[in-house]
Each structure stands twice: as structure tokens, then as C-alpha cells.
Design a protein. Structure first.
Length: 256
């Protein structure tokens, strides 16, 4: 019987330990290459992010590399996690996170590891630097152009799902409610839903643009109207209750 890497772990640090970690992370048991069990062994929890199911994790093979590990057991949670993984795998824009691994455990739990993104939510960033509002709005629109060109609607745009990193780079996270354009909505945050989505109509470019406008309005809060006349007009058009009055696309909103 071949001993498992856990049973043969050396007790002393150094090269031997590094060799053991390499074996642990790169020689999974037969059939485990894409399994959640292997991902749980490789990615060590550093701190929780959202209860027990979401955590910042560290790669045991490369301790300087961090990720976000999401775990799901309930069918609805598994479906959301699988959708996020599948959508992210099709995207190649710097605003979206990379998938670092995904699989199922022997017990049927879904495990996905995503690129770790450290940043401030959009509302916190604009509270500190309100002059960044127009730049952030345009970056967010560029991310939506990429998403819509691939036939998807985000479905849950809000300030908490837009992070701004230290260098100013904007990241759009949480694609658990993302779905193909024309599909029925699978959820959302009520205060950011367009009137047509609230009526049960399908996801569209226009519904994302409405959420975009409301996201910027909420992020700017009570600090008064943004100084940029262009931003005032952009938000007014995107947040129109009538879908026909909104820009035809995120690209059109950018070009106006």
C-alpha cells in the first residue's frame, strides 16, 4: 500500500518540506486532478470572507499566491457557483477574475478557487476620491461591453460587486446571477433591478445599464451631484425607467 503524502510529511522545514508540498499539490490520487478534495488540500484557508463557505486561501505550492475559495452544498448554491465559474472561463477582460480551479469533493460539495482581488467597494472608493466617478463609470462600461458582446448580462450590479484596487483598476465580481441575454432573471438586488426585470421580463443590455446607473448613483450617495456634466447626463440616460430611453448598448453609452 502506498502511503499518502499526509502520512509521509516531514517534521522539519526546508527542502524536504518543499518537496513534500510539491508532491502534495502536484501528484493527486488517480481521478483527483479536477476534484474538490484536491483543491481543498492544495489551497489553505487564511481567513473567512463570508461565513464558512467563502475564504481567502493560500496556495501551498506557492505561498505568495492568494485566491478566494467558494464552497457550496445546496443545489441552488452549487448552480450559482457553477454559473460563475462557467461565465468567468469565457471572459478575457482584465475587469474579471480568473478561475484557478474547480471541482467536486467525494461528498458532492462544489469547490471553486478564484483569483484573489483586494480592493475597496465602489462606494467606499468614491467617498474617498469623488473625482474618480467618471473614470470608474467608463471602466465599468468597458467591462459591460465585453460581457454583453459574449451574450451575457451581469444581473446583479451594485457597489459591493465593483471593487477598485490600489492602482485604480476596477474589478467586477460575483457573477453568480449572470445569465445569457434574453434569459429570465435568476435573482438580483431589488433596489438595482430595472422596472422591466421587476415585472419578470428577460435580462437585457438595458437592464444592466439601468443597474449601472443606479450603482453609480448609490456609490456617490449624498455627496451632491457629480461635477462632470457628462456623468450627470450618462446616469440620467442609463437610469431611465423606460428601457427605450436608455442607450442601445454599453458601447453607445461610452461613445455618447
Amino acid at each position: 500500500m502506498i502511503a499518502s503524502p499526509w502520512e509521509t510529511a516531514p517534521s522539519c522545514p526546508g527542502v524536504a518540506c518543499n518537496t513534500w508540498l510539491y508532491r502534495l499539490c502536484n501528484t493527486p490520487r488517480r481521478g483527483e486532478l479536477e476534484s474538490g478534495d484536491w483543491l481543498l488540500r492544495r489551497w489553505e484557508a487564511v481567513r473567512p470572507l463570508d461565513g464558512e463557505r467563502v475564504a481567502v486561501v493560500r496556495d501551498r505550492l506557492d505561498p505568495g499566491r492568494l485566491g478566494v475559495r467558494k464552497r457550496a452544498v445546496e443545489p441552488s448554491e452549487i448552480g450559482s457557483l457553477d454559473r460563475e465559474r462557467d461565465h468567468l472561463a469565457e471572459l478575457s477582460h482584465p475587469a474579471f477574475r480568473r478561475v484557478l480551479g474547480s471541482g467536486r469533493t467525494g461528498a458532492g460539495e462544489a469547490v471553486t478557487v478564484l483569483e484573489y482581488v483586494e480592493g475597496a467597494p465602489l462606494d467606499a472608493h468614491l467617498a474617498a476620491v469623488p473625482s474618480e466617478a467618471l473614470r470608474c463609470a467608463e471602466e465599468l462600461l468597458r467591462a459591460l461591453v465585453h460581457l454583453h458582446e459574449r451574450g451575457r448580462a451581469h444581473g446583479d450590479l451594485k457597489p459591493l460587486n465593483v471593487l477598485v484596487q490600489g492602482g485604480g483598476r476596477l474589478r467586477l465580481i460575483d457573477l453568480g446571477l449572470t445569465a445569457p441575454l434574453g434569459a429570465p432573471p435568476v435573482g438580483g438586488t431589488p433596489s438595482f433591478l430595472s422596472p422591466e426585470l421587476a415585472r419578470g421580463e428577460p435580462l437585457s443590455v438595458g437592464s444592466d445599464l439601468f443597474a449601472f446607473g443606479e450603482t453609480l448613483r448609490a456609490a456617490l450617495g449624498d455627496r451632491g451631484p457629480p461635477a462632470s456634466e457628462r456623468l450627470v447626463e450618462l446616469l440620467a440616460r442609463c437610469s431611465s425607467p423606460r428601457a427605450a430611453d436608455r442607450p442601445a448598448s454599453a458601447a453607445a453609452a461610452l461613445a455618447h
